[in-house]
Design a protein around this ligand. Structure first.
Ligand code: ATP
Ligand code: MG
Length: 233
């Protein structure tokens, strides 16, 4: 197990959002948090990486208790986060966005601009383009590429498909699948069930800050009531 979070209680001021959330991720797995708008998916991810430290509970990453650590320390420990709103530098070029994210010494397996371009060939063609002029799908690939520049052992994606056209989602799905085949461990939040089920080994369903279901994709698919109760709009 590379990530184990237990009993997370997180609040924004007086507003309690998570009530005892538990999430685990094994090395090489892709795990997905599902659930409707506002159920606490982003808050769970933010609780793991110190952006919104939990009031109670524990987060253990690779055997180290990182509960409440500052986000930069969590990043240094090997967790990269691609936020829902992507947060690129719109005035910087594609290459510059990647280069500002470079971190640490470059070993043989380390990520660099060239490896990101091998993973997302479209970005190489857009090398000098300002990030602000990229399409939504291109921006999402750049945001993932930037996260990879930190050489993470766990990649966390918050709704990577949000706002993207179906064909673009398909392309993104293939890229994430290739990253996984390359050995990357992934935790994501998604509302696109097709993407989530195509990529994940295990899923969690969140509802009002509680985990209502945790299991394999096969277990999820076997219980058709889950979709109606917690996912359908
Ligand atoms: N910074 C904040 N301050 C106060 N309340 C917040 C803040 N961020 C989120 N919330 C509230 O916490 C709850 C959970 O929000 P969260 O963003 O975690 O949900 P989500 O599952 O990621 O939703 P979405 O699918 O819309 O991204 C919501 O009720 C939301 O309004
Ligand atoms: Mg969210």
């Amino acid at each position: 197990m590379i990530l184990e979070a237990r009993d997370l209680y997180t609040a924004y001021g007086l507003s309690q959002v998570l009530f005892g959330v538990a999430v685990t991720v094994d090395v090489g797995q892709a795990v997905c948090l599902l659930g409707r708008n506002g159920v606490g998916k982003t808050t769970t991810l933010r609780s793991l990486i110190g952006l919104t430290p939990p009031r109670a509970g524990h987060v253990v990453f690779d055997g180290m208790d990182i509960t409440g650590w500052a986000p930069y320390r969590v990043a240094r420990q090997g967790i990269a986060f691609v936020p829902q709103e992507r947060r690129l530098f719109g005035d910087l070029s594609v290459r510059e966005n990647l280069e500002v994210a470079r971190r640490g010494t470059r070993g043989a397996s380390a990520w660099g601009v060239e490896r990101v371009y091998e993973t997302f060939p479209i970005l190489e063609q857009l090398d000098a383009r300002r990030a602000g002029y990229l399409s939504g799908g291109e921006q999402q690939m750049l945001a993932i590429g930037r996260a990879l520049m930190g050489n993470p052992r766990l990649l966390i994606l918050d709704e990577p498909s949000e706002g993207l056209a179906p064909l673009v989602v398909d392309a993104l799905c293939e890229h994430i699948r290739a990253l996984k085949a390359d050995g990357m461990t992934i935790l994501m939040a998604e509302q696109n069930l097709t993407l989530a089920l195509a990529l994940s080994e295990r899923v969690y369903i969140l509802d009002k800050g509680h985990v209502r279901f945790a299991g394999t994709v096969a277990e999820f698919e076997a219980d058709t009531t889950l979709r109606d109760e917690y996912l359908a709009v």
